[in-house]
Design a protein around this ligand. Structure first.
Ligand SMILES: *[C@@H]1O[C@H](CO)[C@@H](O)[C@H](O)[C@H]1NC(C)=O
Ligand SMILES: *[C@@H]1O[C@H](CO)[C@@H](O)[C@H](O)[C@H]1NC(C)=O
Ligand SMILES: *[C@@H]1O[C@H](CO)[C@@H](O)[C@H](O)[C@H]1NC(C)=O
Ligand SMILES: *[C@@H]1O[C@H](CO)[C@@H](O)[C@H](O)[C@H]1NC(C)=O
Ligand SMILES: *[C@@H]1O[C@H](CO)[C@@H](O)[C@H](O)[C@H]1NC(C)=O
Ligand SMILES: *[C@@H]1O[C@H](CO)[C@@H](O)[C@H](O)[C@H]1NC(C)=O
Ligand SMILES: *[C@@H]1O[C@H](CO)[C@@H](O)[C@H](O)[C@H]1NC(C)=O
Ligand SMILES: *[C@@H]1O[C@H](CO)[C@@H](O)[C@H](O)[C@H]1NC(C)=O
Ligand SMILES: *[C@@H]1O[C@H](CO)[C@@H](O)[C@H](O)[C@H]1NC(C)=O
Ligand SMILES: *[C@@H]1O[C@H](CO)[C@@H](O)[C@H](O)[C@H]1NC(C)=O
Ligand SMILES: *[C@@H]1O[C@H](CO)[C@@H](O)[C@H](O)[C@H]1NC(C)=O
Ligand SMILES: *[C@@H]1O[C@H](CO)[C@@H](O)[C@H](O)[C@H]1NC(C)=O
Length: 777
C-alpha cells in the first residue's frame, strides 16, 4: 500500500519535472512573443463560453478558439489573435462567427487585454448580455464590431470612453441607444469613420451635430426608430460614401443641393433634382419611400447607372423617358409606380438588362415584339405581374430570352395559349390569367424548372404524360382551378424534388398516381375537388415529410383500415377527406400514430413554402412560393393564401363514418380544427376531447351522437366554434362552459333539448378570445 502511494507520487513528480524542463527548454530557445497574462486571459475567455454551432448562423462559422491550447504557448499564432510585433502584446482579436454561446460580464478576462485595438465578436450569441461596462478598460480600441451577437439592453456610457474609436458596428442586436443617446455618441467620437447601428433602438431625432463628423464614410441607421427631420448637412459630409436611413417611418427631411465633388456612391434616401449632379453614381435605390412629385429629369445625366430602383413610391406622372438614356442599366425596378400605360417604350433602348421589374403598374395592352430584342441574351429576371396585360403581340413558340431564369406573369389578363420560356427558366408563374388550350409537351424540356404555377387559368385537356420528367428539378407545381381532365400522369420519378403538388379544382379522374411514393420530399398534396375514384391512399404514409393531405370533394371509397406500420404519416398535420364516400370506423389506429397532431406549438418556419434562389447580378435572388389551400374552419370555407406551419386540423366530414368517436381522439392534442360532421357516428361524445386544449373549432353536428355533452369540455377555453346540432344529445350545456364568458349576456344560449336549428347563438367573446364565437347545439 505504502509502496504504491510513493510510486504514484514519484511518477507525478517526474511528470512535473519533465513539464518544467519542456517549458524551460522552449523558453530558452524561442523568444515567446506572447505575454503569459494575455495568453491566460484568452484561455479564460475561451473557457467562459460553450461552443455551440447554432450560436453562429453564418455558413463559414467555426469555433476559432478550439485550436487554442495552453501547450502552444505563443498565443500570437492562435486563430483570430493578432499581436504587436515589437511588444508581443495582443492588439487584435477576431472571434467573429466562432460559435461562442454564453453570457459575458465586466469580470470577463477579455478586459485584461488592455492593448486591444481591434475587437470583433460579431456573429456569436452572448445570450442577451448587456455590453459590459468593463469595455471601458479597452481604451486603445479603434475598431469595435459587436454586430449580430445577441447583446441586449442600453449601450453603456462606458463605451463613450473609447476615445480612439473610428469604427463602431453594433447592428442587429437588441440594443438601445437612448441614455446616453446618439447625440452623446456623436459628441464623443468626432473622428468616427464608420458607424453601423441598424436595429439599435434610438427613438430620437438625428442630432444636428452629426453633420460635424467630417471623417464619416459610412453611416447606416436603418430601423432605429429615428424621428423628426433628418439634418440636411449630413448629405454634404465631404467623405460620406454610404448612407442608409431606411425603415425609420417617422423620419422626414429634404435633401440639399449637391456639389459636383461629392463622393457619394450608394444612396438610399432622397430625390432632389440635383442628384443629377452625381454623375459618378452607379447604384441608385430609391425604392420603398413615399416620394411624391415628378422624378427629376436631371437624372438623365446619370449615365453611369447600372442599378436603378424607383419602386414603391408615389411619384406623379412625370416623364421617365430619361431612363432610355441609361444604356448601361442592368437592373431596373419600376414596381408599383402607377404607370398606367402600355409597356414603356424607353425600355427598348436598354440592351443589357438582367433584372427588369414592372409589376403593379396598371400596364395594359400586349407585350410588344420589340421586347424580344432588347436584352435578349442578358435578361434573367422579368416581373410583369399584377398588371392588365392581355398577351404577347405575336407569341413565339418559345420565348426568346435565352437566359431567362425568373418569369412572373401572374395576375394579368393574358389570353391564348401558354407561353413557354427557354430551358434556362427556374421559376415561372402565369397564375390568374385567362390562358386556354392544353399544356404543350414542350414544357417537359424545361429541365431547370423549380417552381411552376399555372393555377387559375382556363387551361384544359389532359396533363402531358411527360410531366414526370420535370420532377427532378421541380419543387413547386400548382395547376389549381383549370379545366384539366383525364388521368393524373405518373408524376414522380425516383429522385423527385417535388415538395408541393396542387391539382385541385379540375376534373381529373382515375386513381391517385402510385408514383407519388417516389416524391420523398413531398410536403403538401392537394387533389381536392376532382373526380378521383380511389380508396384511402394508405401507401402515401411512407412520405415522411408529408404534412398536408387534401382530398376533399372526390369519390374516395371503402374504409380507411389499419396502418401497415407504426411509422406512417409522421408529419401529417392537416388532413381533409371531406365530401367523399369513406365508410367504416374512424381510423383509431392512425389517431394513435399521427405524431405531428399530438404536439402543441411545433417549432419551425411560420408558413409552409418552397424556397428558390439563384444568383443575379452578384446577389442571391430569393423567392418563396407559399403553399395555399381551401379548408373549412368555423363552418366557413376559407381560402388560406398561406398555410401556417403550426396549423393542425382534421376534416373528415360528409362521409359515411360510423361507430363511436374513439377516446383516443384525445391524443391529437395539437388539433385546432376538428370536423366530423355529417357522418353516421353513434355513442356519446368522449370526455377525452377535453385534452384537445388547442381546439378552436369543433363540429360534430349531423351525426347520431347521444348522451350528454361531457362536463369536461368546459376545459376547452379556446373553442370559438362549437356545433353539436342535429344529434340525439340530451341534457343542457354544462354549467361553467367557457361560453358564459360572453360580454353580451342578452345573447346567451337558449338551450332546448333536441334543438334543430344551427347557429342558435352568435355572440361576442370576451376580449381574451379574439374571434367571434359561434355555437350551435
Ligand atoms: C445553443 O445556442 C442556442 C442559441 O444560440 C440556444 O438556444 C441553445 O440552447 C444552445 N445549446 C446549448 C447546448 O447550449
Ligand atoms: C468582423 O467580422 C465580420 C465577419 O468576419 C466581418 O464581416 C467584419 O468586417 C469584421 N469587422 C471588422 C471591424 O473588421
Ligand atoms: C443564458 O441566459 C439565461 C437567462 O438569463 C440563463 O438562464 C442561462 O444560464 C444563460 N446561458 C448561458 C450559457 O450563459
Ligand atoms: C495604448 O497605445 C499607446 C500607444 O499608441 C500606448 O502607449 C499605451 O500604453 C496603450 N494603452 C494601453 C492601456 O495599452
Ligand atoms: C424602443 O424604445 C422605446 C423607448 O424605450 C420603446 O417605447 C419602444 O417600444 C422601443 N421600440 C422597439 C421596436 O423595441
Ligand atoms: C457641431 O455642430 C453643432 C450643431 O450643428 C455646432 O453648433 C457646433 O459648432 C459644431 N461643433 C464643431 C466642433 O464643429
Ligand atoms: C406613405 O403614403 C401613404 C399614402 O400616401 C400613407 O398611407 C403612408 O402612411 C405613408 N407612409 C409613410 C411611412 O409615411
Ligand atoms: C449642380 O451643381 C452645381 C454646382 O456644382 C449647381 O450650381 C447646380 O445647381 C447643381 N445642379 C442642380 C440641378 O442642382
Ligand atoms: C446635364 O448636364 C449638363 C452639363 O453637364 C447640363 O447642362 C444639363 O442641364 C444637365 N441636364 C439636366 C436635365 O440636369
Ligand atoms: C435611345 O437611345 C438613343 C441614343 O442612344 C437616343 O437618341 C434615344 O433618344 C433613346 N430613346 C429613348 C426612348 O430614350
Ligand atoms: C386575380 O387577379 C385579380 C386582379 O386581376 C385579383 O383581384 C384576384 O384576387 C386574383 N385572384 C387570385 C386567386 O389571386
Ligand atoms: C418510381 O420512379 C421510377 C422511375 O424513376 C419508376 O420506374 C417507378 O415505377 C416509380 N415508382 C412507382 C411506385 O411508380
Amino acid at each position: 500500500m505504502g509502496l504504491s502511494i510513493s510510486l504514484f507520487m514519484l511518477m507525478h513528480l517526474l511528470a512535473l519535472l519533465s513539464l518544467y524542463n519542456l517549458m524551460f527548454a522552449s523558453s530558452s530557445f524561442v523568444q515567446p512573443l506572447c505575454h503569459d497574462d494575455e495568453s491566460f486571459a484568452l484561455l479564460q475567455f475561451k473557457e467562459s463560453f460553450i461552443i455551440n454551432q447554432s450560436a453562429s448562423y453564418e455558413a463559414s462559422a467555426y469555433p476559432k478558439v478550439s485550436s487554442w491550447k495552453l501547450e502552444s504557448d505563443d498565443c500570437c499564432s492562435w486563430d483570430g489573435v493578432g499581436c504587436n510585433k515589437d511588444t508581443g502584446h495582443v492588439i487584435s482579436l477576431d472571434l467573429s462567427s466562432s460559435c461562442l454561446y454564453g453570457s459575458i460580464n465586466s469580470r470577463s478576462s477579455l478586459f485584461r487585454l488592455v492593448n486591444l485595438q481591434r475587437l470583433n465578436l460579431s456573429y456569436n450569441d452572448f445570450n442577451h448580455s448587456r455590453i459590459p461596462v468593463g469595455i471601458r478598460q479597452l481604451s486603445n480600441l479603434t475598431h469595435l464590431d459587436l454586430s449580430n451577437s445577441g447583446f441586449a439592453g442600453q449601450i453603456p456610457a462606458e463605451i463613450l470612453h473609447l476615445s480612439k474609436l473610428v469604427y463602431l458596428d453594433l447592428e442587429q442586436n437588441l440594443l438601445k441607444l437612448q441614455n446616453p443617446g446618439l447625440r452623446s455618441l456623436v459628441e464623443k467620437f468626432p473622428n468616427m469613420k464608420e458607424l453601423y447601428l441598424t436595429q439599435v433602438n434610438i427613438s430620437s431625432t438625428v442630432p444636428n451635430n452629426m453633420a460635424n463628423l467630417t471623417s464619416l464614410t459610412s453611416l447606416v441607421l436603418r430601423e432605429c426608430g429615428l424621428q423628426g427631420e433628418f439634418p440636411a448637412g449630413i448629405f454634404q459630409l465631404p467623405n460620406l460614401e454610404v448612407l442608409s436611413v431606411r425603415f425609420n417611418a417617422d423620419l422626414t427631411g429634404y435633401v440639399p443641393e449637391f456639389n459636383r465633388s461629392s463622393p457619394l456612391k450608394r444612396l438610399r434616401l432622397a430625390v432632389p433634382s440635383s442628384l443629377g449632379n452625381l454623375t459618378e453614381l452607379i447604384y441608385l435605390d430609391l425604392s420603398y419611400n413615399n416620394f411624391t412629385g415628378p422624378v427629376p429629369s436631371s437624372f438623365g445625366n446619370l449615365t453611369k447607372l447600372i442599378n436603378l430602383d424607383l419602386s414603391y413610391n408615389n411619384f406623379n406622372r412625370g416623364t421617365l423617358d430619361w431612363i432610355g438614356k441609361q444604356t448601361k442599366l442592368m437592373k431596373l425596378g419600376l414596381e408599383n409606380l402607377n404607370l398606367n400605360s402600355s409597356i414603356p417604350f424607353f425600355i427598348r433602348n436598354l440592351t443589357q438588362l438582367v433584372d427588369l421589374r414592372l409589376s403593379k403598374n396598371g400596364l395594359h395592352g400586349s407585350i410588344p415584339n420589340w421586347m424580344w430584342n432588347s436584352s435578349k441574351k442578358s435578361l434573367q429576371n422579368l416581373d410583369l405581374s399584377n398588371n392588365f396585360l392581355t398577351g404577347f403581340h405575336q407569341l413565339p413558340v418559345i420565348l426568346p430570352w435565352t437566359n431567362l431564369r425568373g418569369l412572373d406573369l401572374s395576375n394579368n389578363k393574358l389570353q391564348g395559349s401558354l407561353p413557354i420560356p427557354s430551358p434556362s427558366i427556374i421559376t415561372y408563374s402565369v397564375s390568374n390569367n385567362t390562358l386556354t388550350g392544353e399544356i404543350p409537351k414542350m414544357i417537359c424540356n424545361l429541365s431547370s424548372l423549380d417552381a411552376l404555377d399555372l393555377s387559375y387559368n382556363n387551361l384544359s385537356g389532359m396533363l402531358p404524360d411527360c410531366l414526370g420528367n420535370l420532377s427532378f428539378s421541380l419543387s413547386f407545381l400548382n395547376l389549381r382551378r383549370n379545366n384539366f381532365n383525364g388521368k393524373i400522369p405518373q408524376i414522380c420519378k425516383k429522385g423527385s424534388r417535388l415538395q408541393m403538388i396542387d391539382f385541385s379544382q379540375n376534373q381529373l379522374q382515375g386513381r391517385i398516381p402510385r408514383s407519388l411514393v417516389n416524391c420523398t420530399m413531398l410536403e403538401t398534396l392537394i387533389l381536392g375537388n376532382n373526380q378521383i375514384n380511389d380508396s384511402f391512399p394508405y401507401w402515401l404514409g411512407v412520405l415522411l415529410e408529408l404534412g398536408v393531405l387534401i382530398l376533399r370533394h372526390n369519390q374516395l371509397q371503402g374504409a380507411i383500415g389499419k396502418p401497415k406500420s407504426n411509422f406512417v404519416f409522421p408529419n401529417l398535420h392537416i388532413v381533409d377527406f371531406s365530401y367523399n364516400s369513406i365508410i367504416g370506423k374512424l381510423p383509431l389506429e392512425y389517431f394513435r400514430i399521427w405524431k405531428a397532431m399530438q404536439i402543441i406549438g411545433k417549432n419551425g418556419p411560420i408558413y409552409m413554402q418552397a424556397n428558390m434562389s439563384f444568383d443575379l447580378l452578384g446577389y442571391t435572388w430569393n423567392s418563396g412560393y407559399a403553399y395555399s389551400m381551401t379548408f373549412t374552419n368555423r363552418g366557413i370555407e376559407i381560402a388560406y393564401e398561406r398555410i401556417p406551419y403550426i396549423f393542425i386540423a382534421m376534416d373528415l366530414s360528409s362521409n359515411k363514418f360510423e361507430g363511436e368517436i374513439p377516446e383516443l381522439m384525445g391524443n391529437l392534442k395539437g388539433i385546432q380544427v376538428l370536423n366530423l360532421s355529417n357522418n353516421l357516428l353513434t355513442g356519446s361524445i368522449p370526455s377525452s376531447l377535453e385534452k384537445l386544449t388547442a381546439l378552436e373549432a369543433l363540429d360534430l353536428s349531423q351525426n347520431k351522437l347521444s348522451g350528454e355533452i361531457p362536463l369536461q369540455l368546459t376545459q376547452l377555453t379556446f373553442v370559438a366554434f362549437f356545433n353539436v346540432s342535429n344529434n340525439h344529445l340530451i341534457r343542457p350545456i354544462p354549467h361553467g362552459f367557457q361560453f358564459d364568458t360572453f360580454q353580451d349576456k342578452s345573447s346567451w344560449i337558449v338551450w332546448k333539448s333536441f334543438a334543430k336549428e344551427m347557429w342558435k347563438f352568435q355572440g361576442l367573446i370576451a376580449p381574451s378570445f379574439k374571434s367571434r364565437l359561434k355555437v350551435a347545439i
